[in-house]
Design a protein around this ligand. Structure first.
Ligand code: FAD
Ligand code: FES
Length: 323
């Protein structure tokens, strides 16, 4: 298995704009699809980075029709975390993206068939830093924050870290994982098990929560994280937490880590019109001691999407995290 180089997480200097061909697009749970496309190799892409997707220019769509004001295809690209990337001979690769159908772009993506084309720009953004030397690496994911963790799990295994995935969903039928029915899952959050095949193949056990209690720990994933930490006895200074998902969930994980002195990295989501630092649509407010007011905006697309959790100002989701 190739080992991803996460020692330098600077954004790609030369993202590529290429056409890709769909090779699979399947429903994996309610409202969630996994699309796999083949494109020119994206050598050097790392977990945490994303691709910016749009219809291929060569494809014809109903929205091309003059006078039609109903547009089933997105005018602007949308960002999607790379959920997996494998080399395909020669100079080609297969990229996995997992998406939840919520609006214009994701409805267009769900309509794509094997052999259809799409336009891919990437890899974009920075990556999850693995260079800390800490033994324990916990991934905390909720909803469509899961996809980048699937690829991060592969990177953690390559870096010989002890990874655990904490995965939360609103309900069992919104859990975008292949659960092995023969493997028990903890209902009190204190044990991780190889119940999710996507993580088990990288030797990463999971703790699963559902808000409605239909599977695993009943409640938010932050509750399971706290229960596991209390039981595990892992030293805070030998642990790094990576989190991606709803902002309130990430703010909670950041708070959990800040209170215990645990290193934490968050993968932020913003509407991204350009993906390349031009339109300024994707700002994230961060603490900046050298700025006049002690804070400034950074761009999620080129200075993120992965940020040190302690730098992010979590306004609107329960107040700032104190460090
Ligand atoms: C770095 C980055 C990585 C991302 N990775 C992924 C990924 O791996 N998978 C993925 O599905 N999305 C991901 N997104 C979000 C993605 O870019 C789109 O914003 C999202 O899929 C909605 O696009 P849309 O055109 O279908 O919906 P739009 O037409 O743009 O929005 C329709 C409505 O849906 C709401 N909405 C948007 N997102 C969600 C959501 N997650 N749940 C519920 N309602 C929502 C909007 O607020 C709006 O009201 C990522 C975003 C960023 C910035
Ligand atoms: S998406 Fe345009 S500046 Fe970030």
């Amino acid at each position: 298995m190739p080992v991803m180089n996460h020692s330098n997480c600077e954004p790609s200097i030369h993202p590529r704009l290429i056409d890709a061909t769909v090779i699979a697009n399947t429903l994996i749970c309610r409202e969630h699809f996994r699309i796999t496309f083949e494109c020119a190799d994206m050598t050097g892409a790392r977990a945490g980075q994303f691709v910016h997707l749009a219809p291929a220019r060569s494809a014809s769509h109903p929205s091309d029709t003059i006078g039609t004001n109903w547009s089933p295809v997105p005018l602007l690209r949308r960002a999607f975390s790379i959920a997996g990337l494998v080399a395909a001979a020669p100079d080609r690769c297969h990229i996995d993206v997992i998406y939840r159908v919520v609006g214009t772009a994701t409805r267009w993506m769900a309509s794509l068939r094997v052999g259809d084309s799409l336009s891919v720009m990437g890899p974009l953004g920075n990556c999850f830093p693995l260079s800390t030397g800490k033994r324990h690496a916990w991934m905390v994911a909720g909803g469509v924050g899961l996809p980048p963790m699937l690829w991060l799990a592969e990177a953690l295994r390559g870096a010989d870290r002890d990874g655990i995935a904490f995965v939360g969903a609103r309900s069992r039928d919104l859990l975008a994982l292949t659960v092995d029915r023969n493997v028990p899952v903890s209902i009190d959050g204190t044990r991780a098990s190889p119940a999710a095949r996507e993580f088990a193949r990288h030797e990463v056990p999971v703790v699963i929560s559902t808000d409605d209690g239909t599977f695993g720990f009943a409640g938010r994933i932050g509750g399971a994280l706290r229960a596991y930490f209390a039981a595990a006895g892992v030293p805070a200074d030998d642990l790094v937490v990576y989190t991606c998902g709803p902002e309130a969930m990430m703010a909670d994980a950041a708070r959990f880590c800040a209170e215990r002195g645990i290193e934490c990295h968050v993968c932020m989501e913003r509407a991204m019109a350009c993906g390349t630092g031009t339109c300024q649509s994707c700002v994230v407010a961060v603490h900046e001691p050298s700025a006049v007011d002690g804070w400034r905006y950074e761009l999620c697309c080129t200075q993120g999407p992965v940020f040190d959790a302690g730098r992010v100002i979590w306004s609107g989701v329960g107040g700032a995290v104190q460090h």
